[in-house]
Ligand binder design. Structure first.
Ligand code: URA
Length: 461
């Protein structure tokens, strides 16, 4: 009997290769998982290493299986390889085969876990003593997927310095290079920052607990991820509100027990149905290529709401509206009009960044009407929560989202308009139009923008 101690796919491969070449059957090997770095090289009975050619598709599958958290994975991997070499070269095509079925199910589980990691990693901003910014995320995957999942983040956030720590190790992205460290740096795991507050405020404001759909929520945001999602901390309170608001008997939700996810699940199951929140919004396809939904920011109640088009590149990465170049133009115009940004609720018609690749850059693409319509549910909820007296629509997309009209800004910018809630609507040019225009036109557009902000200020008082 052979005994092999391995911990990575490469180690398994190095150990399996001579055994397979020597034709050692799968039931003559005991595979053990080790967390220590041990040499896995083995002397085979024959000492002879024949040349082996495993199909590429099998190797890809085996690599994926090595990430599946199960003591039996090394064994299954060897059995699949051995049976492919010595029993049936087309084994993988036989989906009725028990080993193949198990392997495909495990592969799906690993892919699913990667997908969840891409969706649920939340970076927290950490500022160093010298003012440098790093981003830190803590994530607990079900399987050993860190190395498999993390290139996605390297592609998505090449300009940030970040660490993603998991119980099994951490990935560090620094100066354009990725490295992995064994010990997870979980010190900042419980740290809370402004991003958390934003997520939580937004989640509270858009979540209509009267219509929570626990099944959809569980599907999109499985419970094991909740403890690391800032917005999930709001769920018990939302349930309590719902109970009060919708006359459920308080005894149905035990407040103490509601702190535990299981109890939260049970409590949710007692409530009427609702869709999952914007963090899990798949109403249109834009979520696929965006980093995160960029939600409105500002006071929960504000007399003025500013609606832009959609987040840009920087907003998409950092999760806040109007913090890039257009945000700078907007900030200057607000100051010129005597408005304070912190007193205004700033949001966008579309919450996910629509872009297309251009070399290494992500180029803004205007959202279609379908995207605006799909996202309107979130904007309407923001308007219902914030209850602004004046809504400023920045550009044509925002105008359409707020009023349904598809007019040019020039034709409506001085017209009195109302939102269905009764709020005044002031339409004006988007700050990006100022950035795109030549110097003379830019001055004109900037003046129109400031003038509109002035009027909004007057209407709001
Ligand atoms: N443009 C917008 O419309 N919104 C933002 O948040 C940034 C740029």
């Amino acid at each position: 009997m052979h005994s092999c101690h391995v911990r990575t796919f490469q180690e398994w491969r190095d150990a399996a290769r001579p055994l397979l070449a020597a034709g050692v059957p799968w039931d003559r090997i005991e595979w053990r998982d080790t967390t220590q770095s041990q040499s896995a090289s083995l002397a085979t009975e024959s000492g002879h290493v024949a040349s082996l050619r495993l199909p590429r598709s099998l190797l890809q599958l085996l690599s994926c299986l090595s990430d599946y958290r199960h003591d039996g994975r090394w064994h299954l991997m060897y059995r699949l390889a051995w049976r492919t070499l010595y029993e049936n070269r087309q084994l993988l095509a036989d989906e009725a085969d028990r080993d193949v079925r198990d392997a495909l199910a495990w592969q799906r589980a690993v892919h699913h876990d990667c997908h969840k990691m891409h969706a649920f990693v939340r970076f927290r901003e950490l500022r160093g003593a010298e003012g440098g910014v790093r981003y830190f995320a803590w994530f607990e995957p079900q399987h050993r997927i860190l190395r498999r999942a993390v290139p996605f983040f390297a592609e998505r956030f090449p300009n940030m310095e970040w660490t993603i720590a998991t119980p099994g190790g951490a990935a560090v992205w620094e100066q354009g290079a990725l490295r992995f460290v064994d010990a997870p740096g979980s010190a900042a795991r419980t740290a809370s920052d402004a991003h958390d507050a934003l997520w939580r405020t937004y989640y509270r404001s858009i979540c209509n607990a009267a219509r929570i759909n626990p099944a959809a929520m569980q599907r999109e945001m499985p419970q094991r991820y909740w403890r690391n999602l800032p917005e999930a901390a709001e769920i018990p309170a939302l349930i309590r509100d719902s109970v009060e608001q919708f006359g459920q008997r308080r005894s149905q939700v035990d407040e103490h027990a509601a702190r535990t996810p299981k109890a939260v699940e049970r409590a949710l199951a007692q409530l009427p149905r609702l869709e999952a929140g914007p963090a899990a919004c798949h109403r249109c396809e834009l979520w696929r290529n965006a980093t995160q939904p960029v939600l409105g920011a500002g006071p929960e109640r504000a007399s003025i709401m500013l609606v832009g088009e959609q987040p840009g590149d920087e907003e998409d990465l950092r999760g806040r509206p109007f913090i890039g170049p257009a945000g700078k133009v907007l900030d200057e115009a607000l100051a010129a009009a005597g408005l304070v940004r912190d007193e205004i609720f700033v949001t966008n018609a579309v919450k996910h960044f629509r872009w297309e690749p251009r070399g290494k850059r992500r180029l803004h693409r205007r959202p279609d009407v379908a995207h605006v319509l799909a996202c309107s549910v979130w904007l309407e909820r923001e308007i219902a929560t914030v209850q602004p007296r004046v809504i400023i629509a920045l550009g044509g997309t925002a105008l359409r989202a707020v009023t349904g009209a598809s007019a040019s800004i020039e034709s409506v910018r001085t017209q009195p308009m109302r939102h269905t809630t009764g709020a005044h609507v002031v339409a004006t040019y988007h700050p990006s139009a100022v950035l795109r225009a030549d110097a003379t036109r830019a001055d004109t557009l900037r003046a129109h923008l400031i003038d509109a902000l002035h009027r909004a200020r007057t209407l709001a008082t």
